[in-house]
Design a protein around this ligand. Structure first.
Ligand code: SF4
Length: 357
């Protein structure tokens, strides 16, 4: 049975969040519970449109709603904060989950449509020196349904269809591999959110074995890799993951991903003043990426309180980009979204948790 475990003939489902269910799961559940099959589609439609309570399921009998609540986890996604940037319309949502863990989701407005940046974990174990999430520690992995709910609930709140999703919020997606894969499959479902793999971007700090495993899945998901340094020595100072996997191993895995999928990889490179913004770093990066199906996103990062890192000056950012481009490397400077509402990864969640304690 895909949606729960059997124990003495009784289904034990209570640990399953409602949005972890696909249509097939719900159809099986209806059969088990003696409920007409067509109810499964009705319930699935409600869940896909961002319902995390049964109250809104007005075309589903109260008795069936009570059975659903008996068997699955409903609720959570209580909105704790909602901030809207006056600069660019970026909206940031801080949610409390059903067990009290806190996550954040960011909706960004582009000319092409709305892109939602979702969290994959409550907290993060990766310990990047420049990151607000790393300072708070790790809560737990999010389920596939909890990743999906960030998109569907946000879509419902905005009243507009989400065009793309980036798994680039709090957490390392490949440290929650199975649930992230489950999310991609749920999001792809034409009966549900119907979001194509090419509209999903997964950002990793560089867990090499997981990149290799993901390559074998044969998905058309866009991959973004947080690089932030052109050599192991500097990268180790910024990202503990670099102590486990060298840049050479990382680049081999990336090359294989581009070969297998034909998709271009984006390397994220946050420019920190006096740390990794020198012309020498830029030249080294040119050598590293030359000839690959790659793109570099230069980020003049938001200042993260509690860290020693400050953003590189606009002149340094321009100089860095010019060196990349003259070396034949495609590079863009990422627009800083929502800088007035602490939109950098994990900042608002950290503020909310610290404000509560
Ligand atoms: S930057 Fe990403 S991977 Fe690194 S600690 Fe923060 S959330 Fe984790």
């Amino acid at each position: 049975m895909p949606y729960g475990k059997r124990q003495k003939g009784r289904l034990i489902l209570k640990e399953k969040f409602c949005l972890d269910l696909n249509l097939n799961d719900l159809t099986c559940w209806c059969e088990e519970r003696g409920i007409p099959k067509y109810r499964a589609s009705q319930i699935y439609n409600w869940l896909s449109s961002g319902c995390v309570t049964t109250d809104e399921m007005t075309n589903v009998p109260k008795k069936v709603r009570a059975m659903l609540e008996e068997d699955f986890i409903f609720g959570g996604f209580t909105l704790l904060q909602h901030l809207v940037s006056e600069l660019d319309g970026t909206e940031k949502f801080v949610f409390a989950l059903h067990d009290g863990n806190i996550i954040e989701t960011v909706a960004m407005r582009y000319k092409t449509g709305i892109s939602v940046c979702i969290s994959s974990q409550a907290g993060c174990k990766m310990g990047c020196a420049f990151c607000a999430s790393a300072k708070i520690g790790f809560g737990r992995d999010l389920s596939a349904g909890e990743l999906l709910a960030q998109v569907s609930v946000t879509q419902k709140m905005l009243g507009e269809r989400v065009r793309s999703v980036v798994i680039m919020g709090i957490g390392e997606p490949f440290d929650n591999y199975n649930n992230v894969l489950g999310f991609i499959k749920l999001a792809n479902d034409p009966e549900g959110l119907n979001l194509g793999a090419r509209h999903i971007t997964l950002s990793t700090c560089g867990l090499v074995p997981k990149i290799e495993e993901f390559t074998k899945e044969g998905l058309q998901v866009n991959l973004a890799v947080s690089l932030h340094a052109p050599n192991d020595e500097l990268r180790k100072k910024l990202m503990p993951v670099a102590k486990a996997y060298s840049i050479e191993q990382l680049m081999n895995a990336c090359r294989e991903y581009t070969k297998a999928t034909g998709r271009r990889i984006t390397f994220e490179y946050s420019l920190f003043a006096g740390v990794n913004d020198t012309p020498a770093c830029a030249s080294e990066l040119v050598k590293l990426l030359k000839g690959g199906l790659y793109h570099v996103n230069l980020i003049a990062a938001n200042k993260v309180p509690g860290t020693v890192f400050t953003s590189a000056s606009p002149a340094k950012v321009k100089q860095f980009r010019d060196i990349l481009e003259s070396g034949g490397i495609n590079a863009t400077v990422r627009r800083e979204m929502g800088s007035d509402i602490m939109a950098a990864c994990g900042q608002l969640r950290r503020g909310t948790i610290e404000g509560r304690s």
